[in-house]
Every structure is written in structure tokens, then in C-alpha cells.
Design a protein around this ligand. Structure first.
Ligand code: FAD
Length: 471
């Protein structure tokens, strides 16, 4: 290893070439800025960093809005599979489908994380304004003089890049955020979930056929734990098992192939038949950890800024982490665009404006994501929950401009997350009131429903400009 440190300069040093960093690079390039992206991993367009596994994500309206802005929406959607609702797998093997949106036009998209990331990196590079540096890990930053020390794993040397702007898109364990924290410039709080996750592969059937419903997000809810599966283009599904670390149904009790097979036999019998490599996958694949990270502030003056998971990692149960990071990019772009083009860009004003617009909303989705975990693993199979969802569907059809479920507001619109959270509390109250005396959605008192919606919800929704196009 060469001990000398090579000094270099750039306009914008962006740490992390994951989905959010790559998309931000596209947007900054579109605005004419020169960007150097430093990514610790090898280039995933030429090396397979997935270990052969296909990891997929649910992409929805907020993410698509920013992708459309950079002209990539159509190309991305060609790589995706529509998931129109949840397919609930009961312990008996019985199936129940719960539609996500008001009709077939509202769905979420299952997409390979790697394919999406590759497309974004390609687009960034094609702009001619973005230089991508792989196998370059940010080790530390000198926040006072906007410099970052990078270990170049290829040349085996340490580089010191000084930039006008230093942007951390380096994920939930962000080195940039950690530096800000240890320099006393930002406070970080991390709430680690006492659950872990394990990815498993449900392979395609003959001729790349889908062995379970293709256009759904499958859930096997089991009270304190669950299994989910999202479809891939090749006919396979990526399953994720969420379990507590400790306790009877926890990872601590699944230490041998036999215990894993017996556990699946007991709780996920139908899935087990479709998982030929279950025990191998279980022990080959790492157990993932999940946490909510909240930090404040996300910036140091107009010089250093955090975006995406680096600023606000959330647990994955609303399918919004990446969508939220993509929305960060859109709001950041709007904060730049909101400044007079002829004025000198005042980055401290732009950063402060961005953080004040986003923080309240990323805090809201962080809390909603934790709440949704309980809903997915437990409530989706509960009779009262199913009744409320059925009534919710009736109300959405009967009052299309006046009734929106929280899920629809989060997933299919661009209203601020904090608004979706507040409106969701009102819809919950309305549904509880309407369902308290009934056991069949057909029995719902539609006159009372209309009055409650008009009094409590419609006035809130009318104040949201983002809803104008959906209403
Ligand atoms: P990351 O994806 O973490 O990317 C950070 C990048 O920075 C990486 O490429 C990393 O290699 C690089 N990096 C890290 N440290 C350094 C360093 N020191 N120097 C240089 N480079 C560095 N979100 C959704 O929207 N929908 C979903 O369905 C969904 N499902 C999920 C399921 C699971 C099990 C999990 C764990 C998350 C899920 N998420 C989902 C969340 C989503 O994965 C993240 O929100 C998203 O990846 C964040 O993107 P990012 O670019 O900010 O961070």
C-alpha cells in the first residue's frame, strides 16, 4: 500500500453509487454540474455483486415521479412486474387477494435492485458530467475543509478529494454521517429492530413460468413473524423471511437444516414445497438487520449534505425506503430550481430549505413503516382488519375524490408523508366507527359514511395541491 496521500479536486463529491446516489448524480448532471461518484463496491454492470441472488424492491409513485423527471420511467417499467395487491397465504394454504389501489390502474412494481441501479449508473455516465469511481471507499471526511479521504482499492492508495460540495448517499451506515456525528455537527439516533431477515429463492417453474400468482406481493402472515415474496422477470420470486432474533419462533432456534425444514413445514407448508434449496439458501445467505436512523441536521452549512438512507434509514415494511430517497432527490432538485437562475447559488439556503421540507416527512414515513410491520405480519389475516379493508374499498369507489386510504396516499400519490400520516388517522377513525356494529361490508351505513367523510376527510384532502390530478 502506497502511504502517500494524493490530493485531488472536484466540484461535487458524491459518496455512494447506490440507487439514490446514482439518481442524484443524474439530476445534478441534468442541471449542468460536474459530479464525482465514489462507490466502495465494484461496478455492478461488469461484476455480479449479488452472489447470484436476485434482490427486488417495490417501486411506486414517488420513486417513479423522479425517474420520470430524468426521462427513465418507461425504461425502468420495462424491467418491472406489476403487483396489484397482496396475496395472503393462510396456514391452511387458503389464498385471499387484497387489492392495493382503487382499481387495476393502481399497482406497485417489483424490480431488481441491481438492474435498476445499473440503469441509473449508465444514465449518469452517459450525461458526460458524471465520473464514476468504483472500489473507492470513503474512510473519513474533514468536514472543516470539505475533503474526504478515499481508499482506492484498485490502485491500493489513499486519495484526498476536496470538493465544493460533499454529499453522502452512502446508505444506512453512512461514513459521512458518522463523521458529522463524531465531529459534533449532527446527532444520530438509531433504533435497531429486534427482528432480522433472510432472503430465499423460489425458483421458476417449467419454461420460466410463475409457480404462484405473478402480479401480487405474497404474504404469509403468522402473527409475530412472516414470509413475503416478490416476483422477478425470470419467473422466480425473491422471498424474505422476517423473524425475531430471539424467542420460540426466532432465528436463535433455527440452527440446523432440520430445524429450518421443520419450521417451514409447520408454518409455511405451501411455500416449503416450492423452495427446493431452502436449507442451503438459509445457511448460505446472511441474516440482515434492520433499523430506523434519524439524524439532525442533515447538512453542515452549504457544504455537506446527506440524502437517502444516509439521512433517514427506515424499516422496509411500507416498501418506501428507496421511493423516499428518490423523492428526496426530486425535492432537492425543486429547492435548486426554486432559486432564481441568475442568482449565485446559495447552497446553505438550498440545503436548509431541503432539510426543512424533508425531515418532517421522512420522520413520518419512518413511523408509518414500523406500524405497517404489525399490519403485515399480524393484522392482514385478522377478520376485523379484512372487514375494514373491504369497507375502505367500497368507500373509495363510492367517494372517489373524497376518500383515500393511508396506503393509497403513501403509495400512489406524492402528497407529503406527514399529510398521509395525519389523513390516515382520520380514515382509521371513520372506518372504526363505520365497522363497529357490522360484520359484512354490505351492511355499512353509506349515509353516515358520506357525512363523516365530508365533515372530516374531504376538507383535508382538498387542501393538498398534489391531489388535484388524482381527484
Ligand atoms: P444504499 O442502497 O444502501 O446504497 C448506498 C451505496 O453506498 C451502496 O452502493 C454502498 O456500497 C455505498 N457505500 C456505503 N458506504 C460507502 C463508503 N464508505 N464509501 C463509498 N461507498 C459507500 N425500499 C423501497 O422503496 N421498496 C422496497 O420494497 C424495499 N424493500 C426493502 C427490503 C429490505 C429487506 C431492505 C433491507 C430494504 C428495502 N428497501 C425498500 C429500502 C431500500 O433498499 C433503501 O431505502 C435504498 O436502497 C436506499 O438507497 P441508498 O442509495 O440511499 O442507500
Amino acid at each position: 500500500m502506497n502511504e502517500a496521500i494524493t490530493p485531488l479536486k472536484t466540484e461535487i463529491a458524491l459518496i455512494g453509487g447506490g440507487p439514490v446516489g446514482a439518481l442524484l448524480a443524474c439530476v445534478l448532471a441534468q442541471r449542468g454540474f460536474s459530479v464525482d461518484v465514489f462507490e466502495r463496491r465494484p461496478d455492478l454492470r461488469t461484476t455480479d455483486g449479488t452472489g447470484g441472488r436476485s434482490i427486488n424492491l417495490a417501486l411506486s409513485t414517488r420513486g417513479l415521479t423522479t425517474l420520470k423527471f430524468v426521462g427513465l420511467e418507461e425504461e425502468v417499467l420495462k424491467l418491472a412486474i406489476a403487483m396489484r395487491g397482496r396475496m395472503i397465504h393462510a396456514p391452511s394454504g387458503e389464498l385471499a387477494f387484497q387489492q392495493y389501489g382503487k382499481n387495476d390502474s393502481e399497482y406497485i412494481n417489483s424490480i431488481s435492485r441491481s438492474a435498476l441501479n445499473q440503469l441509473l449508473l449508465d444514465h449518469a455516465e452517459k450525461s458526460g458530467k458524471v465520473r464514476l469511481h468504483f472500489k473507492q471507499k470513503a474512510l473519513s471526511a474533514n468536514i472543516a475543509n470539505n475533503s474526504v479521504r478515499i481508499l482506492d482499492d484498485e490502485a491500493k492508495q489513499t486519495l484526498e478529494w476536496t470538493a465544493k460540495l460533499l454529499i453522502g448517499c452512502d446508505g444506512s451506515a453512512s461514513a459521512v454521517r458518522n463523521q458529522m456525528h463524531s465531529d459534533g455537527l449532527s446527532e444520530t439516533r438509531e433504533d435497531v429492530l429486534d427482528y432480522g431477515y433472510k432472503e430465499l429463492t423460489l425458483p421458476a417453474g417449467p419454461d420460466n413460468s410463475f409457480q404462484i400468482e405473478k402480479n401480487a406481493l405474497h404474504i404469509w402472515p403468522r402473527g409475530t413473524f412472516m414470509l413475503i415474496a416478490l416476483p422477478n422477470l425470470d419467473g422466480s420470486f425473491t422471498c424474505t423471511l422476517f423473524l425475531p432474533f430471539k424467542g420460540e419462533n426466532g432465528f436463535e432456534n433455527l440452527k440446523t437444516p432440520d430445524t429450518v425444514l421443520a419450521f417451514f413445514d409447520k408454518h409455511f407448508k405451501d411455500a416449503k414445497q416450492l423452495l427446493p434449496d431452502l436449507a442451503k439458501d438459509f445457511f448460505d445467505n446472511p441474516t440482515g438487520h434492520m433499523s430506523t436512523v434519524k439524524c439532525q441536521p442533515w447538512n453542515v452549512d452549504g457544504r455537506v449534505l446527506l440524502l437517502g438512507d444516509a439521512a433517514h434509514a427506515i424499516v422496509p415494511f411500507f416498501g418506501q425506503g428507496m421511493n423516499c430517497g428518490f423523492e428526496d432527490v426530486m425535492v432537492f432538485e425543486q429547492c435548486i430550481a426554486g432559486r432564481n437562475e441568475n442568482d449565485k447559488l446559495e447552497w446553505d439556503e438550498i440545503f436548509n430549505d431541503f432539510v426543512s421540507k424533508r425531515k418532517v416527512n421522512t420522520d413520518a414515513i419512518a413511523d408509518l413503516a414500523v406500524e405497517n410491520f404489525i399490519e403485515m405480519r399480524d393484522k392482514v389475516a385478522n377478520t376485523q382488519f379484512m372487514l375494514e379493508r373491504a369497507v375502505e374499498k367500497r368507500l373509495q369507489t363510492a367517494f372517489p375524490g373524497e376518500f383515500f386510504s393511508r396506503y393509497r396516499l403513501v403509495t400512489f400519490t406524492n402528497v407529503p408523508y406527514s399529510f398521509a400520516q395525519a389523513a390516515g388517522k382520520v380514515t382509521d377513525e371513520i372506518l372504526k366507527e363505520l365497522c363497529s356494529q357490522i360484520n359484512d361490508p354490505a351492511q355499512v351505513d353509506m349515509k353516515l359514511a358520506e357525512r363523516l367523510i365530508k365533515e372530516r376527510l374531504a376538507p383535508m384532502l382538498k387542501r393538498q395541491p398534489e391531489l388535484a390530478e388524482v381527484l
